[in-house]
Design a binder for this molecule. Structure first.
Ligand code: C2E
Ligand code: CA
Ligand code: CA
Ligand code: CA
Length: 278
């Protein structure tokens, strides 16, 4: 996809007006969806590779559309990002996920769930006062900062501006920070050493090939090496088979997430979390 420059200088493409109109339409409908309570948060377990026990969950937004059914985030997050609607949508997801995590910890004990991990879009992170609002969300949910992780992308963090400052503040008061889709961005690995990050989420594209011989698995191996060297934790994303899980474990990965362990489901269907403790 074509990157949108800071100066909004994009080359004209005939289909763009149409796409712009489409995005505005989605955004307008999404505004209504937010107000009328059509958004849902699904949860997917993040597990320890050695015994498969859940340590956390990732919160993933869905849109329960009255006519079109469940809409996946890929279809509306880009429009929300471009129109700025991602700010209230993201704030709602944060609040809902923190409330749910606090409830689970009360219901099943603190061992059932160490953290809930929430995606934060670049626009949201750059919005002034993000860290302060995050603190307020935690306070009203009754969730300790250590029980929250925020997932940000390399582009958001290294784009300059206030994002890095907001993130430093977030980390300083005890919230964990994860770099999402790690390995797919263009950032200099040197920056990683000094940036406020605790966890690397190794992108599915590297996990997909981890069982293949030779050069295909070297990237997954290199990424765990970087993670260990910088004393970060790595989570392998998109693990779909037992063979992948085993290959990752052999490379030294300790945490994973993917359909092999559980798909994203509504809060009341997240049995893996509760089954271990019943
Ligand atoms: P992501 O943050 O990289 O989330 C992981 C995506 O991979 C999720 O798709 C998840 O359902 C999917 N996934 C997990 N395990 C597997 C697997 O084993 N195989 C396959 N094929 N897929 C797997 P989902 O829920 O459709 O979300 C797509 C993207 O939308 C997310 O990618 C994230 O970038 C964005 N997103 C979702 N919720 C939010 C949100 O609340 N705020 C923001 N800003 N973005 C969100
Ligand atoms: Ca994510
Ligand atoms: Ca990801
Ligand atoms: Ca992704």
């Amino acid at each position: 996809a074509k990157e949108r420059g800071k100066g909004r200088q994009v080359t004209y493409q005939p289909c763009m007006d149409q796409r712009g109109a489409e995005q505005s339409r989605i955004a307008a409908e999404l505004r209504v969806a937010l107000d009328e309570g059509q958004l849902r948060v699904f949860y997917q377990p993040i597990v320890r590779l050695d015994d498969g026990r859940p340590v956390g969950v990732e919160a993933l937004v869905r849109w329960q559309h009255p006519e079109r059914g469940m809409i996946r985030p890929d279809l509306f997050i880009p429009a929300a990002e471009r129109t700025g609607l991602i700010v209230p949508v993201g704030q709602w997801v944060l609040a809902e996920a923190c409330r749910q995590a606090a409830q689970w910890r009360r219901e099943f004990g603190p061992d059932a769930l160490q953290y809930v991990s929430v995606n934060v879009s670049p626009r949201q992170l750059r919005e002034a006062g993000f860290a302060g609002r995050l603190r307020e969300v935690l306070r009203s949910a009754g969730l300790a900062p250590a029980n929250l992780m925020v997932e940000v992308t390399e582009t958001a963090v290294f784009d300059g501006g206030s994002a890095l400052d907001e993130l430093r503040e977030v980390q300083r008061f005890g919230v964990q920070v994860a770099l999402d889709d790690f390995g797919t961005g263009h950032s200099s690995l040197g920056l990683l050493r000094t940036c406020p990050v605790d966890v690397l989420k190794v992108d599915k594209s590297f996990v997909d090939r981890v069982t293949e011989a030779g050069e295909h698995s070297v990237i997954a191996e290199a990424l765990i090496g970087i993670s260990d060297g910088l004393r970060l934790r790595a989570v392998a994303e998109g693990v779909e088979t037992a063979e992948q899980a085993e290959a990752l474990r052999r490379l030294g990965y300790r945490y994973a997430q993917g359909y092999h362990y559980g798909r994203p489901v509504p809060a009341d269907e997240l049995t893996s979390l509760t089954a271990a403790l019943r």
